[in-house]
Design a protein around this ligand. Structure first.
Ligand SMILES: Nc1ncnc2c1ncn2[C@@H]1O[C@H](COP(=O)(O)OP(=O)(O)OP(=O)(O)O)[C@@H](O)[C@H]1O
Ligand SMILES: [Mg+2]
Length: 238
């Protein structure tokens, strides 16, 4: 059986002014996989995702999505092609209601299943249904994370990129978010999950990459990484 490579990044370098934040990173994500990218504050995880999704200029390297170069393409074009990111800090439209935010997620579509997909998001996140007419800006952090994920799903992603979805949430909400990430993956969406919560992220993943100071320092089967003494010492507080 051949595997389809959804995303392939080679020699990626990104700089902010004179400071190199990403220093030649290689990784790939195959169809149906959940891949976790872990690493400490400032490792370059968000910068990597921004470069992939066209919101941060690339200094060097190649980025291929479904076998074709997407380097230089803007975020909207990529969403149309099924490459969708939920950014760090969520980025919901605070002065719109939940339903309006979800509709915005489907702005690239013109089929007649949008309302049905909103109902599917409500099945995943019943809390959003209860609050459907509430302004997004008045919701809790966890609710906004649910909304950001729901909005991304409305674009019917082929590859979903999640940047620290559990950040700043209560333990119960963290459980809920990881449960839904797992659910989204189990239903067939390919997922690249960026997390500082290494144990949870690797616990769900098929494969993982460890990023440190702008470089990928380790990669492999997620369970093997989870059991690796170096990973445990550096990222699991052991
Ligand atoms: N807009 C910016 N201008 C200048 N430097 C930046 C900018 N954004 C990020 N950096 C720097 O680039 C490096 C990588 O940051 P990045 O946000 O990618 O890390 P991260 O791995 O996502 O960290 P965290 O887990 O804290 O979100 C850091 O040193 C950061 O200070
Ligand atoms: Mg980040």
């Amino acid at each position: 059986m051949s595997t389809t490579t959804m995303l392939k990044v080679t020699g990626l370098k990104v700089a902010y002014g004179g400071i190199q934040a990403v220093k030649g990173v290689n990784f790939e994500v195959h169809q149906g996989e959940l891949v976790s990218l872990i690493g400490a504050n400032g490792a370059g995880k968000t910068t990597t995702l921004k470069a992939v999704t066209g919101t941060q200029p690339v200094a060097e390297g190649t980025i291929e999505y479904l076998g074709r170069s997407i380097r230089g393409q803007g975020a909207w074009d990529l969403v149309k092609q099924g490459l969708v990111m939920v950014p760090e800090g969520r980025g919901t439209f605070t002065r719109m209601t939940i339903v309006e935010n979800l509709q915005m997620g489907a702005f690239i579509r013109n089929d007649n299943e949008i309302d049905a997909d909103i109902e599917k998001v409500f099945v995943l996140f019943p809390r959003l249904k209860e609050r459907r007419n509430q302004l997004a800006g008045t919701m809790s952090g966890g609710e906004q994370q649910m909304l950001a994920m729901g909005r991304a799903l409305m674009a019917r992603p082929k590859v979903l990129l999640l940047d620290e979805p559990s950040m700043g949430l209560s333990p119960i909400m963290v459980d809920k978010i990881f449960e839904v990430v797992n659910d989204i993956h189990q239903r067939g969406t390919t997922v690249l999950l960026v997390e500082q919560n290494a144990s949870r992220a690797l616990g769900l993943a098929n494969r993982g990459y460890v990023m440190d100071s702008g470089e990928i320092t380790m990669t492999g089967d997620a369970k093997a990484l989870l059991n690796d003494p170096k990973v445990r010492a550096a990222y699991l507080g052991e």
